[in-house]
Design a protein. Structure first.
Length: 100
């Protein structure tokens, strides 16, 4: 599966970005402050943990937020770890003064 297959939806009511794989939910909870999106909590169904869906979901979400012109503050340790591992690809998404 590649990122073109991930249809990440913004659920404004629950304040989360989400995608379902075989009926199982992958989500990142968020809060917004202007153009800044704070990614606060990542959750993936246990049956999907051993797959590459975690990284694929986070990559697809960051690409989507970049395309929409948002800045991202990854306060969730899982998303922050992904950011650190892909620093050169996503450094432009960090607001001024935020370093990981």
């Amino acid at each position: 599966m590649n990122e073109e297959n991930l249809n990440i939806k913004k659920n404004e009511l629950l304040r989360q970005f989400e995608h379902r794989v075989d009926g199982k939910l992958i989500k990142v909870e968020y809060s917004e402050q202007g153009k800044n999106i704070f990614l606060t909590r990542f959750e993936i169904d246990k049956s999907l943990e051993s797959s590459n869906f975690k990284d694929l979901f986070i990559k697809s979400l960051l690409d989507k937020l970049s395309d929409e012109g948002h800045l991202v503050v990854p306060t969730c340790p899982i998303v922050a770890s992904f950011f650190k591992g892909h620093r050169t690809d996503y450094r432009h998404l960090l607001p001024a003064g935020i370093n990981l």
